[in-house]
Write a protein that binds this ligand. Sequence first.
Ligand code: SF4
Length: 1450
Amino acid sequence: MIGKESLSATNLAAYHHFNCDLFIYNTYNGVEGLTISSDHVHESPTKLDAAQFKRGLDWEKHLFSWLDRENLLLTVPSYPMNVEDLVENILADERNHFFVAGISFMPPQEHFDEMYRKAGLEPVKFGLAKPDLVEITHLEDGVMWKVIDAKASRAVKTSHHVQIYFYTLCLSLLLPQYFFHTNNAAAVWLPPEDGFDTNTPSFDDLKTVVTSLLSFPLDEFLFRRLPTILSHPRKEVFWHYNALCHGCPFSKDCKQKAIRQGQIGSMSNISIPEAKLLRSLLQIWRDSGISHPRGETDIEDLALLLEDGKGLQKISTSYPVTLRKAKRILTLPPRNRKVSKTAAPPSPILQAARTGEIQVIPRRNSTCPKIEDIAVVLSLLLDPSASSGTSSIVSFSISIFTTETISVEIPRIVHSDRTDLIPSLAYIIDSILSLSRSLNKPPRTQFYVFSPAEHSALQNHFIDAALNSAYPTQDIRICIGALSQGASLLQTTFQPILLSGVLLDFLAKGQRKKRDLQAILERMNLSIEGNVEELKRRIQEELQRLQRDDYRQAAQQQRRDELGQLPRIVVLKSEIEKSLALPIPGFWNLQECASILLSPNLREAQCPSDEELYDVFASGGSPSALLEQRNRSIYAVLVSLRSHVCNVNDHLLLNEAKVLTSIFMDVCREERLRKLFYMQQFEVLAKLSDLWRSRIDGCPEAPILQYHSTQQGSKRLEHTFYLLSGNLDMAASEKERSFFDYLLVEDRDCDDFESDAHTPVEALFDDLAVSGLVFPLNRYTKTRWQSQNPTVQEELLLADVRDISVQGIRTKVVLQTWGDATFKFSEEHTYRISPRLVDFNISKILNALFELDLQHELENVWVPYIQIIRNPKSFNQEIISSTTRKMLGKAGSDMQSLFRTLDGLDVEGAKPLVLKASQNRAALHILSNRLSVIWGPPGTGKTHTIALSLLRLFNVYANASSQPDLDILPPKVVFVTAVTHAAIDAVLKKLTYLIQCYQSIDSLPAEWLHKVSIEHVTNGNDHAAPSDSSVFSLYAGTIFQLYNFSKRHSLSVDCIVIDEAGQLALSSAALVLRSLRPYSRIIIAGDSEQLSPILAVKYHQLKSGPLFGSILDTLMYVSRPSRIEPRDTRPSSPVPDDASDMSSQSTIVQLTENFRLNPDLGEFVSTIYSRAFRPQKVQARQIALALSSISQSETPQATNEYLRILDNIRKFLLGLSHVMLKRPQGVLSPPLLSSLNENPQLNEFRPLIDVIPHPLSLALIQLQTVSKRHRENVGYELHVKAEAAVTAALITTIQQHLPGEDIFVATPHRIQRQAVKAALSAGHFNASLSLSKIFNKMTIDEGQGKDQIESSVIVDTIERLQGSEASFVICLFSLPQSHIADLQFLLERRRLNVAISRAKSMCILISSAEVLRPAVGALTDEETTKGYAFLRAFADRAWSSNVKVDIDAL
Ligand code: SF4
């Protein structure tokens, strides 16, 4: 039994990769029968493993030789060095900036030993440390150093962070600190995305992390957890056999142990978090107090638990989320209607492990076809040593399996190397298409690969090929058309609308040349041969065909025939995991799967392993025969899968394969438009896929309602229900409009979708047929409803949620319904309600993009939309002469001086017309430039600035007769838009107010105001066109109303203003920007640090900048001044214009004066903006005084947990008031400002600490939820309940002492919102505070003739609070240990910023250790790290207190 008895950084990294205590324990202490060599994870038992390792070495070599060529490399001798030698080597080099390679040294063991000794723990020994590079920068007063490791992976991993942190920690203790400064950062250098063989390394790929952020979790690991693990008795060390164990030297041993001991790891594909969840479920059951038999092993206990109906019932009441997750892991139906009150059905995955037999998972599968006529199976040989993902396919084999009826007109087998892949696929697809044309009944065809890795390599290969002209375009088009997901949605649903709509408009405009007609025919995939007349006729005929609605009918037919959507290429491994439970512990590959599913006598059961295949390739042989054999195995496995599933239930595989089509329509030709076009479609597809997935299982998560009564509403009947389970939400605004965005069906006990042939009625609903229709339908649109499946028409209603309210412990839901369903509501019955796709805009956006593309290509005009995306600077420079610029600038300056003078003379009404310095810069920019991006942190007066700038603009042009030769268009027609109605109203209100101010100043000429007309477009289809060309017409409305308005009157617009542009997607902005005429103006205002448009899919950003986010992000990125270093790609932090720099070069102006936030909050929030903004408000002393009266109030005796919470919260608020009044207090801990690093290079992460004394407006409650019953496994619901109780205590106390102050409670999740409402309505803290008082505007008479003060409490999700403000903001950002998977969502910096910056006077953040000190794994995501840095900055400068809540007592 020999262990290493010391650990290297690589071992620590491997521990984090395997996430296994036993791994590090065995490595250090040894294990019987195994000898551990150093860094054994890099041992290379197979050529495949060696190839993976080789890629890392190749990248390192490539990087070092590039650094050497660039004269940036210093290589030191590779023997272990002492520090003095290392220092000497570094100081001997005279270059200012270089990288040192080859360093190896012994860690500062003595220092570490001392730390362990102080903590009372056994010291851990560490071996030689070998960082790849240390970056050195000579400074005036010393040397700045940074550790860098070269890693050949595609993204940074936790294991990389562990390594660079360890090296940094060691060096910071070893190097003389007076001269060697660490810059609190370390980095991982990744290879270029397109491969390092053809591209040089780039500084852009240096992924830097702030080491102080890593220190929280990693110091805890190194100096507490690690010694504890290593000193445990072996049998108490945590381990779980799972897919990550692949490559672990102890794998064989653990696999046997998992089976022998009946561990959870004896089941297949259970991840570590899943295993932990199952263990905590078992613990909950064991602690539940119900007597039950006990098994010998974990899997036996799980089986007994599922048989214990009473126990399950009890758990489902207290831990519904945990139980639901456990059921999903155990492949059980989430809600089983027939047997929910007794035992659960047996879990197939559990049964497979217990019996050793294959089990069928009785769940519907819509993604694996039950039959096809032609199966095309692809095997790809991937080379892990390839320098990029796209070049990883080295060889392939395609085999075709057909039913007997198909003749042999298609090739049966093709294999070759990667260069032939696309031509071969195109040839096969073409052959199948020809065969289809020759047969009466075209063959149903399905493509298959085995692994997700092959699937993604194939998709990458297509994308690569599409961007690389080396292949014949036709082949690529055929492949993408036939095999790319989403192509069919475009062809059948959107293409007809686009082609017939936009093309008709386009063709109607004037004479078209032959070239134009050919371009159109190409887009329609029609022949371009013939003379002009023939071409025209061909287009006309096709358009007529489209108008006859053939396509729509075909689309509907296709959607009706298919439940969900079959993937174009099925990944067989995923389908097997979905439908079968295999008796293989931990994880399995094709070889194991074939050996268990196929009879050993079959040739197909002998499947070559990945290692065998790679060995042949690496030895220079041809892998064709083995790949062909692999294809045969894959097909045999597919057949076996079907036979297993169909033997149990013939209805589980829902779909048949489809007839192959390969229509690839390149609707947009301009590169960026084409990408936006596809993104819009994928958005629809992603949303639909989510809906389909849940509907096929009968919407297991859908809220269940019990009918109560029906009454007459204002327009229609309203039905009242009580919510029995689940969460239901109602849009906060716009309830005057009915979207009927839910499906309502009867939830019958007899429905057992998991095994019955009965299809859930929601799964038959065709969303796309009615997604853009306004309900209730009229007699024209009703035909669309009639095209729905008859069952849908009979059994389903569309529902609109009119109201949700809490009544005691029940939630009342009021619905309006629409439809012809024949069932009658009854109190006896329950109903389930689930969302549908509502999208009024997608086809409009696609239309607008297509239209812009046609204009761009065929009309030979400058299209402003494309110009600003491509090159906003040139858009700005164009046209305007320096004389005009000067003249406009001077006019603006004159106006500012005039109002400043008037204000100085105390003229009433003048003050609001004077802009602050940065606002005035913005106004001058708007006057004299075509494109202005006004960027401002919260509360800097963006709306005020744009409203006043517009008035100044009108003013200047109204007097233009006295200023000749202005060569920029006068703002005759102006559109003002924003995403929300509230933002549009705010601009209109501001304009009205400012006009009143103008008019109130008698000495000012105001005739020009008569030429200005301002209209709110609420219904674009009915709004009147501008009537008088001599006036300036401003139209404000949503993008959709302005789109309708401009379409209806064919309006061209001279100026477009977009407010809150950070929320508007670039693609949606096309709806208004399409109307811009050349030489026009664009004004964009917003804050890119606030929440951006919500997209269903996370898109990879392009190297050219963000295209799939908001228009603000895109413009701020592409407008970056060139002086920004290339590696700084954050769109949030461009260097804004200098005050002096008003040239045409710049487009961005940052507003810096803050009107909302007080100094503390303002300066805290400014830590994420590149330039500080100046707070204008001072803290209200009256808040402190009012809170100080808490001491005089009666604090009831803490007889229960709620009163104890209230007592704590009162003490907390009282402590805050003492802090504000500079009185001593002992409840709150002061901010940790002194611990912050003041390095100026880290401004991005660091607050401006030296200018702020102790901030008084930032407060932190560290919530700890404890439970004797549940130990550390506090479930999410219980934690949220505790968080809500603390929040309710805060609200109650603040309301009591500061009744006039508004309070926002910002909740990331809806469940938190519901919990806070429930806590308040329960009246634990103040029975007299009724819900209606809390949630409706509350009017309090202050008496003595004072005005009435309105205060309100709003509890809402952060998305909905954006754009509003309150005196107090309580942000709920806490999590229990059991729910840390949610951390990434919670730590999104924009979300935190929006929540915190709503506060005018005080922000109280409720968080927990899990969020404030996240696990190191959370920090590999760049965005999460930014959010965490922001949260830490808050925590470090907040006055804080701990609140412990005993959830057992709630
Ligand atoms: S095989 Fe898995 S469970 Fe066993 S020591 Fe390795 S990582 Fe841990």
